[in-house]
Design a protein around this ligand. Structure first.
Ligand code: SD4
Length: 327
């Protein structure tokens, strides 16, 4: 398995320092002084979040909506063949098919999702169409493809020569039924936005676990698992081994912990503890949560070291932060 990620590993001192800046810049204000809330804000998972944030920020900083910004942000990652875990150029399943999962959710609680979608470069935009043009939340497989084509999306081959080569190499040596799991092979983009009006939205899109079973769907397109937004409270998104996130309905849980009064980092930590309690093999998997609350405060937590995320606010210029981890 190739890993392109170069993590920015902060020293303990550096982590504490940047952590305090983040906290200082994003500490929620008391409800009697809402004007001092930090906004707009965009946060997203992994190194590739920086490019996504830049596109989202372009919209947010000009007064655009959280929803438009969320979609525009993750479309950058979907279109980038260098990102081998999202959209075009994503690793295929064990049979060589690139199958994509994505969802989107706005401040009204409207949501749309596609899963097991093939041959469409921007599943998040199809998910938005599902949200806006149908009475449904989720379309999958051929039905999702037919819907996308009817909506004017172009059918194209998403398997790049690089991903095909890696798949063939994997196939030649891997006879196990369960795909190799480690913390380097699942880099979904989940992105959360808070716009100038104070509305929250989010989007999540992925090619899923590499070399998964054909037909496998992870947490990313499942509302409440890979993404959840409640405009009264905050939003959360997840990355990592989707099966474990689904078992805990992870992102809904993070938002519920924030509703109970926990700050985003503590809410993510508590959700990680839940994942741990439901998955005996937790030390061998990665799960990371990223959360943004209504006041613009950001927090994250993961099982294994190595998960990072990108933050852009009026005070933080699209910087990467390492998530705190249980291990
Ligand atoms: C999945 N959670 O399909 C996704 C993969 C992922 O970072 O998060 N990658 O299980």
């Amino acid at each position: 398995m190739h890993s392109r990620r170069k993590f920015i590993r902060l020293s303990a001192l550096g982590a504490a320092f940047t952590g305090s800046i983040l906290k200082a810049c994003t500490t929620p204000e008391k409800s009697e002084n809402p004007k001092k809330s930090v906004k707009p804000v965009v946060v997203s998972t992994w190194n590739h979040g920086q490019a996504a944030n830049a596109a989202a920020w372009e919209i947010l900083s000009h007064g655009g909506s959280a929803l438009d910004a969320a979609e525009a942000g993750v479309r950058v990652t979907e279109a980038d063949p260098e990102v081998r875990t999202v959209g075009y150029g994503g690793y295929p399943d064990r049979d060589g098919f690139v199958t994509l999962d994505a969802c989107i959710m706005n401040e009204k609680g409207d949501c749309g999702s596609v899963a097991f979608l093939q041959d469409i470069k921007h599943p998040v935009s199809v998910a938005r169409k599902v949200m806006e043009e149908t009475p449904h939340v989720m379309l999958v497989g051929k039905g999702a493809l037919d819907f996308a084509l009817a909506q004017g999306f172009k059918q194209e081959n998403l398997l790049t020569p690089e991903s095909e080569k890696d798949w063939l190499e994997w196939k030649a040596k891997n006879t196990e039924t369960r795909p190799e799991i480690n913390i380097e092979n699942h880099d979904t983009i989940g992105l959360l936005t808070l716009d100038q009006k104070g509305n929250l939205s989010g989007a999540c899109t992925t090619s899923g676990a590499s070399y998964k079973y054909h037909g496998r769907v992870g947490d990313s397109p499942i509302i409440g698992a890979g993404l959840y937004v409640d405009n009264e409270v905050g939003g959360a998104t997840a990355t990592g081994w989707g099966e474990a996130v689904i078992r805990a309905v992870g992102c809904f849980l993070v938002v519920e912990f924030m509703r109970q009064g926990h700050d985003p980092e503590e809410a993510c930590r508590l959700a990680v503890e839940r994942v741990v309690s439901k998955n005996p093999d937790w030390k061998e998997i990665q799960v990371g949560f990223l959360a943004l609350n209504k006041q613009g405060e950001v927090g994250s937590y993961c099982i294994n070291k190595g998960f990072n995320y990108a933050v852009q606010t009026p005070e933080i210029s699209n910087e990467l932060f390492d998530a705190k981890s249980k291990l």
